[in-house]
Design a protein around this ligand. Sequence first.
Ligand code: SF4
Length: 292
Amino acid sequence: MSSQYAAPIVGWYQRNARDLPWRRPDASPWSILVSEIMLQQTQVARVLPAHAAWLERWPTPSALAEAAPGDAVRQWGRLGYPRRAIRLHAIAKQLTEQHDGRVPSSAKTLAELPGIGSYTAAAVASFAFGQREPVLDTNVRRVLGRLVTGQALPGQATSVAERRMAESLLPPDGRQAARWSVAVMELGALVCSVARPACERCPVAELCRWRLSGSPPSPPHRPGVRYEGTDRHCRGTLLAVLRAAPGAVAAQELAGAWPDPVQRDRSLAGLIADGLVTQLPDGSLTLPTASA
Ligand code: SF4
């Protein structure tokens, strides 16, 4: 039996959901998997063109597996956190070599792919294959926390109690469960935002424990981590130079890209350790040309 929340939230979703390519009925499991990796740390508006370009170039896992990992990093462009490009390439190789080029349908098997965590495994199993899996991203955790337990914001990591609560709310049918999860996710993205939830537009406002208890404030919001001048910024700058180059780049050429030599060397060592950059025997640097 579905919870009291299901009908109003799913009804709201049917009227208000954004039309996103990975949610369309004809979206392939590969398209859904790629979207989940891209959406992990990047906003929908930036993911949309990157996802379309990626799928056009590599419409199947096997197509990506044939490319060099460096092509994946180059195609990733400035989407941020480029280790995800290397991970997607490794996933494509494993799917091609061990799964006949197909995305598996079970969350357990999905979680065995490189760099796929329990959230992504559940999301792909649910959205691509209608498996009955609780999908707990930050939006879902925030909405359910406010609605059901009256908590302003969820803690850092998903707790056992949260998982149990999410499982208890899942409709019994897998496809309905997927619909419910994506609807809660969308409510979190469009209405029940972190700082200013638009409770006046919320379909479950009358049932929301947090709102009914007077919307008690959450602990002070942690300031966002700055980007300028960080190692992440430095890594992004060095990668941009390598992406733009037609071949390998001499180490001295990279030296001009970032003023602080200590930070530059540290960031470059990190990129090499992460498999995003390869150092050739002559000391020059390039995007990776072959899988590790
Ligand atoms: Fe979120 Fe407000 Fe809806 Fe509660 S009533 S679920 S806080 S938008």
